[in-house]
Design a binder for this molecule. Structure first.
Ligand code: FAD
Length: 604
């Protein structure tokens, strides 16, 4: 390992989305020597794709809005399975974090009074999403990136972390991270007592997804393999509106802002069907006539919100049912119509990316005709189990933040609550990781044997070449199909069992990979390494989904159609099993909410 590239930092942040950048800025400002390592080019993270906005109870449009209402909406949206403390901190601190982004140069859309504009989204009682047209994520990343670079934080781009390093001489604590450069295939070791995982989601394990190639659950898998635990993994969010046509872009997101700005859903009979799908839980706050729903956009005080703006899990299930009942659109979706509801000028101004996306990709003019849309795998609520205040995982020195952490969103995330989550907990993680590193006496050591083991493991896909027969792309496709068909939006016990058997077979096949060529820029090899994460995380999702015998939020069991109060007080926790190849599952009570917060939910 002597000749291997090595760097020493106090805090290493894995991932350069909103969570990673915000964490790195906080760690740097707290005095830590900080580096960001990211798998793709800086600025390419998922965060940049976020369209709708950042949820924060700033009260710019509705002075009645405050953190308590946001907290209540978030908990109800997550069907009360959220970690209450995270939901509280998130609601309390989000406005300050948005304001700070503005201080750092972000240019938000404005209200007529010159305040940051806020738009409506599903599950939020008031217009709450600070936005920049439908390109909010781009502005957020631009601002954070500029600040990170101006502060002089080191960035390692196109560098993938494949292993975490532990010092086990006295207990077990983080000592660093191991990775490879995409271009050269050469290895690199980061020595650091604090590592913050900010690697985003897992969507690439599903066939139809809004996620891009990077989201293979690496952070989830790295944490598991280092000894940390995951929670809420059965909860995967299927966004109601992804493109269904043309096939090459199937799954690509159609922002919820289309509905927030007045768009409605219709089936092939022209019926506005969401009124047939209002669940009891949300009946009191949802309009039951089209007239009331339409009045709500301008008068929230005296009207209830349209059913198109129910939380995502409800809308996605309704769309799924309509399609299954044979009332779908020509390409197997449902119609999303804003053309008949708003002027072309309004649509082009508020939804410029959507306008171009449909024009260029589907040859559809959304100011003149409806879009065809259907559910798409979008977000994972599940992730690394962390302490709410510090984002520390169960492993000393290991923090997780953003989409790869769990707890905050419970069983279903509200739109806009991810970008705010990144900012609130990114800052907290950065500060705690920095303070831990600063308070250390002797620094943990990276053992040579561990570096050698990480290198051997990363090179294993080449070793199979003599006997290997399996192509990583085929395994990935088979996994995506399995997850889509058997662990998708509606689940059953027998199908989940079948998925686990198939994942086992895929894991076995993955032991006989054939990766050709050499280490210089070799996508087949990179995918072979990603597959380890994808298979492990898929197993977590399927196992937890089989165990949870109820339907709640992003987890719908056809064989257990309702929510069950017993399950409503329980988390499923996943850890690596003793063999190190699979995962084991345990039940854990939810942290108890203090009585003063409980009062927000009385009578609901
Ligand atoms: P990401 O932004 O996903 O970044 C992950 C980073 O980790 C990347 O830099 C990646 O390169 C890096 N990485 C991953 N694995 C490794 C590895 N092994 N080694 C090194 N680096 C690694 N949320 C909202 O709140 N509002 C919205 O309007 C909204 N719109 C969305 C629209 C789309 C199309 C999508 C896909 C999501 C949207 N979301 C939205 C969700 C939100 O964008 C994401 O949940 C959020 O951006 C995740 O941020 P993150 O910082 O956790 O991770």
């Amino acid at each position: 390992t002597g000749g291997m590239e090595r760097h020493t930092y106090d805090v290493v942040v894995v991932g350069a989305g909103g969570a990673g950048l915000r964490a790195a800025i906080a760690a740097h400002e707290a005095g830590s020597r900080t580096a960001i390592v990211c798998k793709s080019l800086l600025g390419k993270a998922h965060t940049v794709m976020a369209e709708g906005g950042i949820a924060a109870a700033m009260g710019n449009r509705w002075p009645e809005d405050n953190w308590e209402v946001h907290f209540r909406d978030t908990m109800r949206g997550g069907k009360m399975l959220n970690n209450w403390r995270m939901a509280q901190l998130h609601a309390q601190e989000a406005p300050e974090r948005v304001q700070e982004l503005e201080d750092w140069g972000a240019l938000f859309d404005r209200t007529d009074d010159g305040l940051i504009s806020q738009r409506d989204f599903g599950g939020h009682r008031y217009a709450r999403l600070a936005h920049v047209g439908d390109r909010t994520g781009l502005e957020m990343i631009r601002t954070l990136q500029q600040r990170a670079v101006a502060l002089g934080i080191d960035v390692f781009m196109e560098c993938t972390v494949t292993d975490l390093m532990l010092d086990t001489s006295d207990g077990s604590r983080i000592s660093g991270a191991f990775g490879y450069w995409r271009e050269t295939g050469r290895f690199v070791v980061f020595e650091a007592p604090s590592v913050i995982l900010a690697t985003g989601g897992i969507g690439k394990s599903f066939k139809v997804t809004s996620n891009s190639w990077e989201y293979t659950g690496d952070g989830h898998a790295l944490a598991l393999r280092a000894g940390a635990s995951l929670i809420n993994m059965e909860f995967v969010q299927f966004h109601p509106t992804g493109m269904v046509w043309p096939p090459s872009v199937k799954g690509l997101l159609v922002t919820e802002s289309v509905r927030g700005d007045g768009g409605i859903l219709r089936n092939s009979e022209g019926k506005r069907f969401m009124f047939d799908y209002i669940p009891e839980f949300f009946r009191a706050e949802t309009a039951d006539t089209e007239e009331e729903a339409d009045r709500w956009y301008d008068d929230k005080a005296n009207n209830r919100r349209p059913p198109e703006l129910l939380p995502r899990d409800e809308v996605a299930r309704a769309i799924n049912s309509e399609i299954k009942a044979g009332r779908g659109s020509p390409h197997g979706g449902i119609f999303l119509d804003i053309a008949s509801r708003r002027t072309p000028e309004f649509i082009r101004k508020r939804l410029p990316s959507m306008y171009h996306q449909f024009k260029e990709l589907a040859d559809v003019d959304i100011t003149a005709e409806p879009m065809e849309i259907g559910p798409t795998c979008h977000y994972v609520m599940g992730g690394v189990e962390v302490d709410a205040d510090t984002e520390l995982s169960g492993v000393e020195g290991l923090y997780a933040v953003g989409e790869c952490s769990g707890g905050m969103h419970g069983s279903n995330r509200l739109g806009g609550n991810s970008l705010s989550d990144l900012l609130v907990f990114g800052r907290r993680a950065g500060e705690s990781a920095a303070s831990y590193a600063a308070g250390l006496g002797a620094r943990p050591q990276v053992a040579d044997a561990d570096v050698t083991a990480a290198a051997t493991s990363a090179l294993a896909p080449f070793e199979g070449s003599a006997s290997g027969t399996e192509n990583p792309y085929t395994i990935q496709q088979d996994l995506q199909q399995t997850m889509n068909d058997l662990v998708g939006i509606i689940r059953t016990g027998p199908e989940l069992e079948a998925s686990l058997a198939e994942i086992d077979r895929l894991k076995e096949r993955a032991r006989h990979l054939l990766v050709e060529g050499h280490r210089q820029y070799n996508p087949g090899w990179h995918l072979a390494l990603d597959l380890r994460s994808m298979l492990l995380v898929s197993e977590c999702i399927a196992k937890a989904a089989l165990e949870r015998q109820e339907s709640r939020g992003g987890h719908t069991r056809d064989d257990f159609p309702g929510p069950d109060p017993e399950w409503g007080s329980r988390n499923l926790v996943l850890r690596l099993d003793a063999g190190g190849e699979g995962v084991e599952l345990a039940h854990q009570p939810l942290p108890a909410m203090p009585d003063d917060l409980k009062t927000y939910f009385e009578g609901s």
